[in-house]
Design a protein. Structure first.
Length: 320
């Protein structure tokens, strides 16, 4: 039997067509398309529209501070469960647990008539469910993409930072990350949180010395009354570091602020991702995200024998 060479270019174009031109969009509401919400906070803008997502995610959205138009979209949203097949347009779809809280979902996509399949992932936890697929879409994450890996998040380590005598700022990206950090701190240190995160976290203390804050909210009014002595950057790409340096200068040059890079707790490491990739049948990989992370991550994936197509931040919109 003669082996037929795999046409990766044609397959990649087919996957891009599914992601960019099909009636379904993911985490990006567009006119005339149904938007699948994968994780709470994964959307750059939560625009009103035709939404669908896991029931736990939609229940979590109900707690958030939404506009009237967003609440109307939420009331009309379609609830889906993990493991059940459904369809949108010409695509056959199935959601799978991503291993992250608040209804986090990966999405298996394939044309109804057959052809190239793709498993879309936004982020993965240790309990993520793999699925056989031709392509795996990954967003590079420091927990597995960067060498050396950042220090692991430790509630005890944050407790030591509070001994500097002021308040400690924990900068995280989304509500999912904030909840995972809060869970890691439970029973050890008290925390306060930004209003974007607070509806999803139990047992907050508004007077706590540890503050959970979004990457993009350094200049918010709510931070001005706090005297920050240390900042933990959790899975922060370079633009966030740049913003932090500018913010620290505006706080006054005479005040020294300690900074530390940490990885988000409850995320998949290299060993876990290797097992997940193998569980998916060793598919080709679309790698997106921060250019520095994708460069390191692609090199590691290729060392495993994976076919990798890289889409950095500058070209990611053309893919998604």
């Amino acid at each position: 039997m003669i082996a037929v060479a795999r046409d990766l270019t044609a397959e990649a174009e087919a996957v891009q067509t599914m992601l960019a031109r099909a009636r379904l969009s993911i985490d990006d509401t567009q006119s005339g398309r149904t938007c699948f919400l994968s994780h709470l906070g994964a959307q750059e803008r939560l625009s009103p529209g035709a939404w669908m997502g896991h029931r736990d995610l939609l229940y979590g959205l109900a707690l958030a501070n939404l506009s009237p138009a967003q609440r109307t979209s939420l009331a009309r949203a379609i609830l889906v469960d993990h493991g059940r097949e459904f369809g949108v347009g010409r695509l056959s779809l199935q959601t799978l647990a991503s291993g992250l809280p608040l209804g986090g979902s990966s999405l298996l996509m394939q044309p109804r008539t057959g052809g190239t399949s793709c498993l879309y992932t936004w982020a993965l936890g240790p309990g993520a469910t793999p699925a056989s697929c031709d392509w795996l879409l990954l967003r590079a994450s420091p927990e597995w993409a960067v060498e050396p890996t950042p220090k692991k998040f430790s509630a005890r380590g944050i407790q030591l930072l509070t001994q500097l005598g002021g308040e400690v700022l924990l900068l995280v990206d989304t509500a999912v990350g904030a909840l995972q950090v809060a869970q890691a701190c439970a029973g050890t240190i008290r925390i306060a949180a930004h209003p974007r995160f607070s509806p999803h976290i139990e047992a907050l203390d508004p007077e706590a010395a540890v503050l959970l804050w979004p990457h993009d909210a350094l200049d918010g009014a709510g931070l001005r009354r706090h005297e920050v002595v240390a900042v933990a950057l959790i899975d922060a790409p370079e633009p966030v570091r740049t913003d932090l340096r500018s913010w620290m200068k505006r706080q006054g040059g005479d005040r020294d602020i300690e900074t530390v890079d940490l990885s988000c707790p409850g995320r998949m490491d290299r060993e876990g991702l290797l097992a997940f990739w193998r569980g998916c049948g060793k598919p080709a990989v679309f790698l997106t995200g921060d250019p520095e992370w994708t460069s390191c991550g692609a090199a590691w994936l290729r060392s495993l024998g994976a076919d990798v197509v890289v889409h950095g931040e500058a070209t990611q919109l053309s893919l998604l």
